[in-house]
Design a protein around this ligand. Structure first.
Ligand code: SF4
Ligand code: SF4
Length: 304
């Protein structure tokens, strides 16, 4: 029997903004049902050439990590600190003023303090202090440092993927700390040991294999646009004629595939088609679609 879904009121009543009694470092991660994304399909991970493709389940004790996962993450952390000055700066300069705390929709929607941007970043910063700063090495927890244990890694995975990279929090930070950049950095580290989510890995793999995240084949792409041609003619009396992969066209037009396959984006696509028809009639501008390069959405952005 299907599980009873909570009502919106029940969901809202569950949100508790009271500060927890225990220190955040003493609060173990609780991977809650309905609050995490499924682990990625190993086939998609292999297609992308990412490491450690295997079936795994976030609810299992054993995440099937490589034996030297701590070393891999430590080296990845070090390499990125050297490469990205911004990340190094963001690790050092937060004064914990809290201005960003209530700006994240994940915190507003859950009441979970680890979803405050400041604390989301602190999950990584604590390990940074432990591994890369003198004071952190000397003073440990008193300096907000902690070693990277399996529980910490699981906490990273759970909270770093609860960020939509919207950058709203950075607008309120007096130092301009960009938590989105920090979570992108953290996800890169997680990907090094095969901790991805399927909401990202499979759409990206589909982009590799068919040109769009939905995995729609070229003939289906063309079919959809042909339907739109009929709809446009029915409404306007004008028959537009989209072009596909036309060599020598003035413009190659690529839009997020949601515009072609899902309402209300389809209305936007019909608007494009009418515009292109007009541009050709009036100015002789030649616009072509591609049934292979058929994704303008940036799913890779969410991977790393
Ligand atoms: S960038 Fe991430 S942490 Fe910041 S407000 Fe957006 S979702 Fe929240
Ligand atoms: S607003 Fe900036 S400085 Fe203040 S707690 Fe958030 S990230 Fe740190």
């Amino acid at each position: 029997m299907a599980e009873k879904q909570p009502t919106p009121k029940e969901l809202l009543d569950r949100i508790d903004y009271q500060p927890p009694h225990a220190d955040w470092m003493e609060t173990p991660v609780d991977i809650r049902k309905g609050m995490y994304c499924y682990a990625s399909n190993p086939k998609s991970v292999a297609t992308l050439g990412l490491p450690n493709a295997r079936p795994w389940n976030p609810l299992d004790e054993d995440w099937k990590l490589p034996e030297n996962w701590q070393q891999i993450i430590h080296e990845g952390f070090k390499e990125r600190l050297e490469r990205f000055r911004s990340v190094k700066l963001f690790m050092d300069i937060c004064v914990r003023c809290g201005a960003c705390a209530d700006k994240c929709h994940y915190f507003i929607g859950t009441g979970d303090p680890k979803n405050m941007p400041v604390l989301r970043a602190e999950l990584l910063r604590s390990v940074y202090r432990n591994d890369f700063t003198r004071l952190g090495k000397l003073l440990g927890k008193a300096n907000g440092a902690r070693p990277l244990t399996l529980d910490v890694l699981k906490e990273w995975w759970y909270y770093l993927f609860q960020c939509s990279e919207c950058r709203r929090c950075s607008l309120y930070c007096p130092y301009g700390i960009d938590t989105a950049e920090i979570t992108i950095f953290g996800r890169e580290l997680l990907n090094l040991v095969g901790l991805n989510i399927d909401w990202i890995a499979t759409p990206v793999s589909n982009c590799y294999m068919t040109g769009n995240h939905l995995g729609i084949q070229p003939h289906a792409f063309k079919d959809m646009l042909d339907f739109f041609v009929d709809d446009i003619e029915e409404k306007t009396g004008v028959k537009v004629a989209p072009k596909y992969m036309k060599k020598g066209a003035d413009i190659l037009f690529i839009t997020p595939s949601g515009d072609v396959f899902a309402d209300p984006g389809t209305y936007t696509a019909m608007g494009y088609m009418m515009l292109f028809h007009y541009l050709e009639e009036k100015y002789g501008l030649d616009v072509t679609w591609s049934t292979y390069a058929s994704e303008g959405g940036n799913f890779g952005f969410f991977t790393s």
